[in-house]
Design a protein around this ligand. Structure first.
Ligand code: FAD
Length: 402
């Protein structure tokens, strides 16, 4: 058998410096359309408010932002029925990337609502609970949060202290949750607590329920455009109708966490890409020693590294999205991309900050805001170390957690 080479293809191909591996050609028409709509929404509606929201720690407009995400059909975009669009995980990833290109806080709001809270009900709720809550969550008319972390238990949620005691007609919850996105503005709080048999169960607590008190965490230098909160549960009664029937054990919250981590992996590529392009534009315009900074080998090498990392992260995330759509994605794969993309995006943002010199610390150039945001993104939904331990355990068969 002779091997026929086709000399024309690569010789004629044009190099696209901003998309060298041609992500665009790998998307379907529907996916491209979702990306275009998300890009236009994020650049047109979110970018003009991001700087001031971050500067003043103002998140008054988050409820209207959630409604906008809903009316654009972005919320729970990968879910089916109940008013969701029933598209795929690639679309979910692309929307995440466009929102985080503006600010990680906006993508965080999206992940909390779409994955953490909504998927918890979608996967673990009764048909009655789904019919009651999911359409409002899809439209963004209801806001929801996901309360797993506690002041004393972050990486180790299995040690949670919040308790659910069986009482007539339902459960009584007592405990303290911390670092919970959106809790102060949430209409419903999905809360994880251990019952008297030691089993982790999921509860839907409606805002205004006696004994529930939430407040915003202040002094936060990251994700300042969205609320991160703590709340206390003091003899909070949850009727049987608000107990998630299929959630028994830690695997239930971990399933929602998995999708949120997937959204993070895609999202941070947007932040990284924004920083790379700001650094490119800046170094092309800024002259030192009589010529543009971009004329220096050291600068070009940094730009080449950023381009390579963004292109490879995009390919990895696209692959993971397709695996999810095919039902072939193990949770370790999501650990791999969450960890790698969050870490690499932060490296890119830090390098870009340096390339902007003194201007790199001014928020009008946006890069420092991404740097600060990406620090929290590296911590939440499993730290870099914790995802390394998950991957290490899968590779060696030895759990190094304890
Ligand atoms: P710790 O668990 O105390 O970890 C501290 C350090 O020790 C880290 O570097 C960690 O990697 C390391 N470490 C821990 N265990 C090990 C080990 N076995 N071996 C080696 N190193 C280890 N939670 C929610 O439930 N809902 C939310 O909506 C939510 N939103 C958040 C928003 C923000 C802005 C932030 C910052 C957090 C949010 N979280 C939320 C909580 C988040 O998921 C936790 O902060 C995260 O899991 C880490 O827990 P921790 O902060 O308690 O750190």
């Amino acid at each position: 058998m002779s091997i026929v080479t086709k000399p024309t293809a690569t010789e004629k191909a044009i190099f696209h410096w901003d998309d060298p591996l041609r992500l665009d050609l790998q998307l379907t028409d529907v996916e491209r359309e979702v990306q275009r709509k998300a890009f236009e929404y994020a650049q047109g509606s979110l970018l003009p408010r991001a700087l001031e929201a971050h500067r003043t720690e103002n998140y008054e407009d988050i409820p209207s932002l959630v409604k906008e995400l809903g009316s654009n059909g972005f919320l729970g975009i990968n879910l089916h029925g109940f008013g969701f669009r029933g598209l795929n995980h690639v679309c979910y990833g692309l929307v995440s990337r466009e929102l985080e290109r503006v600010d990680s806080a906006y993508r965080t709001v999206y992940s909390v609502q779409s994955s953490l809270a909504t998927e918890a009900i979608y996967l673990n709720g009764s048909e009655e609970q789904k019919a009651r809550f999911l359409p409002g969550l899809a439209r963004g008319e209801l806001i929801a949060c996901f309360g797993l972390t506690e002041p004393n238990h972050g990486s180790d949620p299995g040690s949670m202290e919040t308790r659910a005691t069986k009482v007539s007609g339902g459960y009584q919850l007592n405990g303290h949750k911390k670092w919970i996105g959106l809790a102060t503005i949430a209409d419903i709080l999905v809360i994880w607590a251990r019952d008297e048999e030691g089993i982790v169960r999921g509860f839907i607590v409606e805002n205004g329920t006696p004994g529930l008190s939430a407040e915003n965490i202040h002094g936060k230098f990251s994700l300042r455009a969205a609320p991160t909160c703590e709340f206390r549960l003091d003899q909070v009664f949850v009727p049987e109708t608000n107990v998630l029937p299929k959630a028994k054990g830690l695997s239930a919250p971990f399933m929602s966490l998995n999708k949120a981590r997937f959204s993070i992996a895609w999202g941070v590529i947007g932040a990284a890409e924004a920083c790379w392009k700001i650094a490119r534009d800046y170094t092309l315009q800024r002259k030192q020693f009589g010529r543009p900074l971009a004329a220096n080998q050291l600068i070009q090498r940094k730009l080449a590294d950023m381009e390579t990392q963004v292109a490879l992260m995009s390919q990895a995330c696209l692959r993971v999205a397709r695996l999810l759509d095919e039902g072939e994605c193990a949770h370790e794969v999501i650990s791999l991309v969450k960890r790698y993309c969050a870490k690499t995006a932060l490296e890119i943002a830090l390098t870009a900050r340096d390339m902007l010199g003194a201007n790199g610390i001014i928020d009008e150039h946006h890069v420092i805001r991404h740097v600060l945001n990406l620090m929290a993104v590296n911590t939440y939904e499993g730290t870099d170390d914790v995802h390394a331990l998950i991957l290490g355990r899968a590779q060696t068969g030895i759990s190094a957690f304890t």
